[in-house]
Design a protein around this ligand. Structure first.
Ligand code: RFL
Ligand code: PHB
Length: 389
């Protein structure tokens, strides 16, 4: 088989890139290791920057998001069980959209199906070859038979554990990493959200977050030791802990119920450079990971897609390679700024095991400054709603 762009990974970045390129007449094939049901059962991001919202609309998958998503003009922060609000709209003129990654992925799969997009799922042993030549190709095994796809370019959209980044020689690849000494325990429950906007809470027992998916589906997180056995966290233990960490009025009115999903995710900051090697481009989590505190992971995947999509369109339509030649540089400039924001939100809001009394006071002072300063709130809001592409 031959295609113009072979995309490894059928998560949001691979699907969105495929859909946008298709609309410009550029042919793609997606190779996905897992089944579609598996991909659609992953519960992940919940907040879209406005730039991401506009990219999804441009890709023709904005209708359900615009009908069912929730536009949020601000967020609540809480310190020592006392909340204050940051008004994104007043401070920046912009808002965010709360619409789950699972739904974004579903909308993209539906659109690709409607347009007869080729998505090969349950593809094993996906391996890119000849990435530093003019004739790259990708091999994979499906139902016991090996196949080969010849292409012009390979887009590595295969997440942190994928094969693409590992194809870049160690002599070229530079990796930067910081692993946090805790995780996020998240639950999904069929209960009305406790608040009309998200609540990010700093508490002496650890961080907590109240988020949502729709009017009867809530998403809550508490900071927890990353090696805690999940069985230890009965629903009752989770709700008790969450209530201790959030503002009292929220704790009093929260509606609890059985969890329908529960998982413990590690927190990491990671960047791989460069994001292009020969005919390979890394996109999204394949190149970088942020801790979820700033809600940036999916949004960074979308901004990578933005730069690569425009570069590839320029290459095919105008015979101009300047876009793909500057892809890594442009994407990384934005990636590092989002890394900084996610890292600073994580440091401000979590309890670290080795935190000294001084560190603790610094955190309290930072939150007090944020509460009282329009300049500090504007800086947070500008990053949260998303830096320009
Ligand atoms: P994905 O979603 O990991 O998709 C990669 C796909 O590649 C497939 N794959 C392979 N396919 C073929 N061959 C191989 N060898 C392969 N190896 C892997 C995988 O099966 C998968 O389908 O990466 P992508 O597309 O770059 O998207 C990135 C986002 O998923 C990620 O950044 C966000 O989910 C991060 N994130 C959040 N981002 C936000 O913008 N806002 C949020 O509110 C937010 N909250 C979160 C999050 C991530 C979380 N977890 C669990 C990691 C909350 C959590 C708890
Ligand atoms: C979510 O709803 O899953 C979510 C929201 C905001 C974050 C992280 C996750 O910062």
């Amino acid at each position: 088989m031959r295609t113009q762009v072979c995309i490894i990974g059928g998560g949001p970045s691979g699907l969105l890139l495929s859909q946008l390129l298709h609309l410009k007449g550029i042919d793609t094939v997606i190779l996905e290791r897992k089944s579609r049901d598996y991909v659609l059962s992953r519960i992940r991001a919940g907040v879209l920057e406005w730039g991401s919202v506009e990219m999804l609309r441009e890709a023709g998958v904005g209708d359900r998001m615009d009908r069912e998503g929730f536009v949020h003009a601000g967020t609540y922060m809480s310190a020592l069980n006392k909340g204050f609000r940051i008004d994104f709209e007043k401070l920046t003129g912009k808002k965010v959209m709360v619409y789950g990654q699972t739904e974004v992925t579903r909308d993209l799969y539906d659109a690709r199906d409607r347009m007869d997009g080729v998505i090969i799922d349950e593809a094993d042993g996906v391996t890119p070859h000849g990435l530093d030549t003019d004739a790259p190709y990708v091999t994979y095994v499906k139902d016991g038979t090996e196949h080969r796809i010849d292409c012009d370019f390979v887009a590595g959209c295969d997440g942190f554990h994928g094969v693409s980044r590992k194809s870049i020689p160690a002599s070229v690849l530079r990796e930067y990493e910081s692993v946090y000494p805790f995780g996020w325990l998240g639950i999904l429950s069929e209960t009305p959200p406790v608040s009309d906007e998200l609540i990010y809470a700093n508490h002496e027992r650890g961080f907590a977050l109240c988020s949502m998916r729709n009017a009867n589906l809530s998403r809550y997180y508490v900071q927890a030791p990353v090696d805690d056995p999940i069985e230890k966290w009965t629903d009752e233990a989770f709700w008790d802990e969450l209530k201790r960490r959030i503002p009292e009025d929220a704790a009093d009115r929260i509606v609890t119920g059985p969890s329908i999903e529960k998982s413990l995710a590690p927190l990491r900051s990671f960047v791989a450079e460069p994001m292009r090697w020969g005919r390979l481009f890394l996109v999204g989590d394949a190149a970088h990971i942020v801790p979820p505190t700033g809600a940036k992971g999916l949004n960074l995947a979308v901004s990578d897609v933005h730069y690569l999509y425009h570069g590839l369109v320029q290459h095919y339509q105008d015979k101009d390679d300047s876009g793909i030649d500057t892809y890594s540089q442009k994407a990384l400039a934005r990636v590092w700024k989002s890394e900084r924001f996610s890292w600073s939100m994580t440091k401000m809001l979590h309890r670290f095991p080795d935190q000294s009394a001084f560190d603790q006071r610094m955190q309290e002072a930072e939150l007090a400054y944020l509460e009282s300063s329009t300049a500090a709130q504007t800086a947070l809001a500008e990053n949260y709603i998303g830096l320009p592409f």
